[in-house]
Every structure is written in C-alpha cells, then in structure tokens.
Design a protein. Structure first.
Length: 143
C-alpha cells in the first residue's frame, strides 16, 4: 500500500474545496440571471437591482434590493417576489427558505419598504395558485 505524503493530501483537499465553492457560486449566478430575466421582461432597469443570499440558522434567504419610482413601489415589490420565485424554481435551489424584498422609494427623502415571505408561498404566487392581492394580504410580512 502506498503512503500519501502531506502535500498530495493538501492538494487533493484544495481541489475538492475549489469544486464545491465553484458549484455554489455557479448555482447562485444561475439564480441571479433568472431573476434578472424577469426584471428585464417588465422593463425594469436591472442595474438598479441588487441580489444576494443571506445565511440564517442553516437556511438561506434570497434578498432583492430594488429601486423604484415614487409611484410604482408596489409593482416593484410584487415583481421582486415574482423574480425571486421564478429564479429559485429555475435553479432548483432547495436551500432557499425565504425571500426578502427591499424597495427603495425616492420621496422627499429616501424611504425603504421591506417585506418578506416563505419560499413556499412565493412559489404559489409564481405558479398562479395564489392571486397577487391574496399573496400580499395573507403571506407577506412588512417590516
């Protein structure tokens, strides 16, 4: 039986860690690209949308920060939930348990509207099982 020297073991571990990290990064990029497609379909400037994944207690929260015009913050909020749900479905990401959408509204001073929901409820919205009015009334928590 051959003996592995420590340099080979460290090299093998490094390669494995790089592959795991790269696959997570590619999955996130696929999810972000799917969300951007939804925003582009509704002619929302994609450069005004910031997306990231937050880790919370062994779960992931998909966070979208959207800049809206003064009169359409409700549309931007709903579109954020739709984009997040579509992105999670297309990427088959099972680690995401919630969605948080932060809408930046320019007024006399900048206002922030923040809302969150579970991924299950967001998927129901995307699949048409829940109407947008019902979704906003029953399943969204404003903070």
């Amino acid at each position: 039986m051959k003996r592995f020297n420590s340099a080979k073991i460290i090299g093998l571990i490094s390669v494995i860690l790089c592959l795991v990290t790269a696959s997570d990064t590619l999955a996130e990029q696929k999810m972000f690209a799917a969300a951007q497609q939804v925003f582009e379909a509704y002619r929302v400037d994609v450069s005004s949308v910031d997306m990231n994944i937050e880790q919370r207690d062994n779960s992931e929260i998909f966070v979208l920060h959207v800049k809206a015009r003064r009169n359409n913050f409700d549309m931007a909020l709903m579109l954020g939930f739709m984009a997040a749900g579509t992105a999670v479905q297309k990427s088959n990401n099972t680690g995401v348990t919630g969605v948080r959408v932060i809408v930046e509204v320019p007024y006399k001073e900048t206002l922030f509207v923040e809302a969150s929901s579970t991924i299950g409820n967001v998927k129901k919205l995307v699949n048409g099982e829940t109407k947008p009015e019902e979704f906003m009334r029953k399943y969204v928590i404003f903070t």
